[in-house]
Write a protein that binds this ligand. Structure first.
Ligand code: ADP
Length: 581
């Protein structure tokens, strides 16, 4: 600041100095030439006659000197005869016995030479010959040339004094510039420097200090504005950061995976669920490699601003549902892609099961219906043989029973699914439960010549819904009878294990393979579809038994070996279960 003010002072004073010097010189030159031209008018010589040089010289010296303004040592005149080059001069150099030097100088003067040639061309030029500075001027007078000199010594002192004054003014201005500059820098530069430091700090996120507002001038108002701006910026950033934190907490805790890529394909965000769902702890993807690895149908080279797509894809053993959408900047241009995905394996499995279930129910109902319809049509056309007619009617009856059983089983399962099965739990004697179950299947067992054995080690009281448990045991016993060849051995055991009542139904029948055991309790699952249908099963017996046991907070397990036999064990807690569904 001080530096600039000094430059301004110097730039203002130096031109003034130069201008003044020129003006002084111009003034003296004009006065010098004006005097000569005035003096010329005073000369009184006969025109056309050659003049005597000495007479003219003495006239100039004695009569006309003051008219030509010739006084003192600094102004001189010299009379030269153009024909003879004879010279008279009152110049101090000429008179100081250095006349040859003076004459040599004289013949260097352009103004003098042009007058000697008869055509005076007086140009204004400050001559500098051998250290002497002067203006000169020449006039012609018949055969003579009168040459005038005006030495700068005359106004030199004035110019020097003038310059000294200017120098003093310059130094004074610089001193004033220092003081003013210092004061201005205190008043302007310092607050501005302060503001610069402050705005830099704000840009780096430091909102701590506020600027001092010393006055209500422009600087003060600017400081107030910066303080206000800093305050609003801080509030805004706090808000954004709190929103960001919230978002991060939400993203970190949601079950769904989230991955975002920018348009250069770099991953810019992912959450812990994404790692878990994709089972990739080293998740380093670009958009391109991700799309390739998971076979997503996206053209990564051209993602429109309103891009949205959904996809269901298998990843390892799971099914993931992907939603892929582009996100936009404030101008509405696509800025990147965000992928949301969630595990829908269970939902997918249930959906598949539901579809299978509907297909199974339709199929199971269609088969007996088709038989009933065809046998009814045959009867309507008329069957002559009464035995055949009887057989047809029996088939229709048994198929109707099958449909009836199927619908009953379905209704029972449906009421269990909808939570409408209310268990009537109370204490019961296990021996009588098993006796009743055996009695219910006795006739069926007899038909296949099976031996029914019961081994009731548990003699105590247990809490359960009697009718439901009876139905569960009958289902297990019926299966044991059905899937054991003639003259088999069916055994039912009741015992206590780990505070649980265990009832096992064991047969030495056809057995079940390991693979089939896993799906045994699914609805309509049958090991050998054709065979079991002939045996009249609905494929729902074990599913119902399993639901009843689960409603008692119990467990049902199968142990089996193909061609050796099967044991299905039901276990329910011995503690009192007050109310359950
Ligand atoms: P179903 O009415 O067809 O018997 P279940 O649900 O009771 O239906 O049984 C499902 C399937 O499990 C049966 O079709 C059968 O293949 C098999 N299964 C059940 N119990 C036994 C058993 N004791 N021995 C061999 N296979 C069995």
């Amino acid at each position: 600041m001080v530096f600039y003010i000094c430059i301004i002072a110097v730039c203002m004073i130096i031109p003034v100095g130069v201008l003044m010097n020129n003006n002084v010189e111009q003034y003296h030159y004009t006065q010098f030439t004006g005097n000569i031209e005035n003096g010329r008018k005073m000369l009184n010589y006969t025109q056309g006659e050659p003049l005597n040089i000495y007479t003219v010289y003495t006239d100039m010296r004695d009569l006309y000197a003051s008219s030509f303004g010739i006084y003192g040592d600094n102004r001189s005149f010299t009379v030269v005869d153009r024909n003879t080059n004879e010279i008279y001069s009152n110049d101090s150099v000429f008179l100081s016995h250095d006349s040859s030097l003076f004459i040599n100088e004289l013949f260097l003067s352009y103004n003098f030479l042009s007058s000697m040639a008869g055509t005076p061309l007086n140009s204004k030029a400050l001559q500098n010959i051998r250290g002497r500075t002067f203006y000169d001027y020449a006039i012609t007078l018949e055969n003579l040339v009168i040459y005038f000199r005006y030495y700068k010594t005359d106004w030199q002192a004035m110019v020097m004094q003038f310059n000294e004054t200017l120098l003093t003014a310059l130094l004074f201005s610089i001193a004033v510039a220092f003081v003013v500059g210092y004061l201005l820098s205190r008043a302007i530069s310092r607050p501005i420097k302060d503001m610069t430091v402050r705005t830099k700090a704000i840009a780096e996120g430091d909102f701590g200090r506020t600027l001092d507002v010393k006055a209500d001038d422009e600087i003060g108002q600017l400081s107030t504005s910066i303080n206000n701006m800093s305050y609003s910026l801080k509030n805004m950033l706090d808000e954004i950061s709190s929103e960001k934190n919230k978002m991060e907490i939400i993203l970190d805790n949601i079950e769904g995976g989230v991955i975002a890529f920018n348009l250069d394909g770099q991953m810019i965000h992912n959450n812990p669920a994404a790692y878990t769902l994709l089972n990739r702890p080293d998740m380093e993807f670009t958009l391109e490699s991700f799309v390739k690895e998971y076979n997503l149908d996206i053209d990564v080279s051209d993602i429109p601003a309103d891009f949205y797509k959904e996809d269901i894809l298998p990843v390892d053993e799971e099914m993931l549902a992907f939603s892929i959408a582009s996100f936009k900047d404030s101008l509405g241009n696509a800025e990147g892609v965000i992928l949301l995905f969630r595990n829908i394996t269970e939902q997918y499995r249930l959906d598949r099961m539901r579809k299978e279930f509907v297909a199974n129910v339709s199929h199971e109902l269609k088969t007996p219906l088709t038989s009933i319809k065809s046998f009814t049509e045959a009867l309507m056309e008329g069957v002559e043989d009464p035995a055949t007619e009887q057989h047809f009617l029996e088939v229709i009856n048994s198929e109707s029973d099958r449909m009836d059983n199927l619908v009953k089983d379905l209704l029972q399962l449906s009421s269990m699914d909808m939570g409408r099965m209310i268990l009537k739990i109370s204490h019961h004697n296990v021996t009588s439960l098993i006796t009743d179950a055996l009695q219910a299947v006795e006739a069926e067992a007899k038909q296949k010549n099976h031996t029914l054995i019961s081994d009731i080690a548990f003699k105590g009281i247990a809490y359960f819904d009697y009718d439901r448990m009876l139905q569960c045991l009958i289902n297990l016993l019926v299966n044991a009878i059905k899937y054991t060849d003639e003259s088999g051995r069916i055994e039912i055991k009741a015992y206590e294990e780990s505070h649980k009542l265990c009832i096992a139904v064991k047969d030495n029948g056809i057995g079940i393979s390991k693979k089939d055991q896993e799906r045994l309790f699914e609805r309509f699952y049958r090991v050998d579809k054709a065979r079991t249908r002939i045996m009249g099963g609905t494929g729902l017996g074990l599913a119902i038994a399993s639901e009843i046991v689960k409603a008692h907070d119990g467990d049902i397990k199968v142990e089996s070996k193909v061609n050796q036999g099967t044991t299905i064990t039901v276990s329910i807690p011995l503690g009192k279960k007050e109310a359950a569904q």
